[in-house]
Design a protein around this ligand. Structure first.
Ligand SMILES: C[S@@+](CC[C@H](N)C(=O)[O-])C[C@H]1O[C@@H](n2cnc3c(N)ncnc32)[C@H](O)[C@@H]1O
Length: 432
């Protein structure tokens, strides 16, 4: 097969990334915008030694009852939301099935309880996004998300999964950046919507001119948004607007610093925090470890109920923010420690020996080093928040086989509707 070649394929099942799977001359082909049972006309987009990738250009026969018309005009080009052609309710079933299959296949693990799904509103759920910027002689300025598996930016003038306050800003941002002298120095723009406030952060090389400062300040005034520039470790406010950037979980206020990690879907983040409290059941006698704690998103709600909380995080800025958020909420039983949980030092492991309960929320690569090397002697409960079922299953297997935990329940939280991303929470208890 060659790139650009057109072939007719019949889709046999779903892959774990939401694409359809077909076979052609003994080779597997992953087909975007294609559903099981459909025979589709496709174009080969990328060939590899053991599999090929294609995109469906039309359905020839057997159109699936699960298929709906994608809402977004950039569907098929933008790599952002590639499940839009599937009914919302089936997307949830699909994510649940992916998790169940990975657990059963990769780890021979099934949780004792039925796998539940916590739903989100299907659109307008993103409160933050990193938007890519590219400028070339051929295509001019492009501002949007990247194509699947490519660095190419798809120019987006709206985005239906973004909070409308952010989506509405996209055409104005395009005009703004187009008019900047140093537009070639901007690599990304981060948009953040918290409460009624919007923040725009430009990721920009140190080069930056005075006239651009004036243009950015004017933009801040006319659109009533805060504007920042981030260059390496420097974050500088460029607008005259000085609003709060933060969110509440229950009665706790979390200040967000522009450009730092934030759980994208506020509704699901609140549901996650409530669920973490429900399943960890902290008591005033216990010390709880919140590993990969970020800016204390879960540490502070836990600290309200626990004896104390030890948060561990590698990012210095997030730790500063976590401590500031604890102060802001007058929480005094939370300690935040800088540590690399991918290479756990003896010191770090020794600091965790008194913890009875552990919350893990690692990035996509999981927490293999930690689950392998921690002795979990006093630990009776682990709650594992994951954005990657495969690494979760791998780590779960270590917890169950090596450390004798039992996987009590798994629950999918639909953090990213219209995409194949699966966010989940696994609850483990020490077996006998
Ligand atoms: C999925 S986020 C979770 C953050 C936080 N729990 C929250 O809800 O906002 C993963 C966190 O792990 C941190 N992290 C990444 N690599 C790390 C490492 N090697 N050691 C410790 N923390 C790390 C990231 O900075 C990020 O804050």
């Amino acid at each position: 097969m060659k790139n650009g070649e057109r072939v007719t394929l019949t889709i046999q099942n779903f892959a774990h990334d939401g694409r359809g799977v077909a076979r052609l001359m003994g080779k597997t082909v992953f087909v975007s915008n294609a559903l099981p049972g459909e025979t589709v006309e496709t174009e080969i987009v990328c060939t590899h030694r053991s599999f090929d990738e294609a995109k469906a250009t039309s359905v020839l026969s057997g159109k699936s009852h699960l298929r709906v018309t994608p809402k977004c005009e950039y569907f098929g080009k933008c790599g952002g939301c590639d499940l839009q052609h599937i009914q919302d309710s089936y997307q949830l079933k699909y994510k649940r099935d992916v998790l169940a299959e990975i657990l059963a296949r990769q780890s021979d693990l099934t949780s004792e309880k039925e796998l539940e799904v916590v739903t989100s509103r299907p659109w307008r759920y993103r409160r933050n996004a990193r938007i890519a910027v590219s400028i070339s002689l051929e295509h001019g300025l492009k501002l949007g998300f990247r194509e699947r598996g490519s660095r190419t930016v798809v120019h987006c003038l709206k985005c239906d999964v973004l909070d409308p306050s952010l989506s509405d800003l996209l055409p104005h941002l395009t005009d703004l950046i187009q008019g900047l002298d140093f537009k070639n120095c901007i690599s990304e723009v981060e948009l953040l919507s918290t409460g009624d406030n919007v923040t725009v952060t430009l990721f920009i090389e140190p080069k930056f001119g005075a006239s651009d400062r004036i243009k950015l300040s004017d933009f801040s005034n006319s659109h009533k948004v805060s504007v920042y520039r981030k260059s390496g470790k420097i974050t500088e406010s460029l607008g005259s607007l000085n609003t709060e950037h933060g969110y509440y979980i229950n009665n706790l206020y979390f200040e967000v610093s522009p450009g730092s990690f934030l759980q994208t879907n506020h509704e699901i983040n609140s549901a996650l925090a409530s669920y973490v409290l429900e399943v960890l059941r902290p008591s005033k006698k216990e010390i709880i470890a919140d590993l990969f704690c970020g800016m204390g998103n879960f540490s502070l709600p836990l600290a309200q109920l626990a004896g104390s909380v030890l948060g561990v995080e590698s990012d210095k800025e997030l730790l500063i923010q976590a401590r500031a958020n604890a102060d802001l909420n007058a929480i005094q039983n939370c300690e935040f420690l800088r540590g690399d949980l991918f290479k756990c030092s003896d010191f770090l492991l020794a600091r965790l020996t008194d913890c009875e309960k552990i919350l893990l929320d690692p990035p996509r690569v999981g927490a293999l080093d930690f689950v392998t090397n921690c002795d979990f002697e006093k630990v009776d409960h682990i709650v594992y928040v994951s954005c990657n079922p495969s690494t979760f299953a791998r780590d779960a297997k270590v917890l169950c086989s090596r450390h004798k935990f039992i996987l009590i329940s798994t629950r999918v939280f639909d953090m990213f509707p219209q995409t194949a991303h699966v966010e989940l929470v696994g609850v483990f208890e020490k077996g006998i």
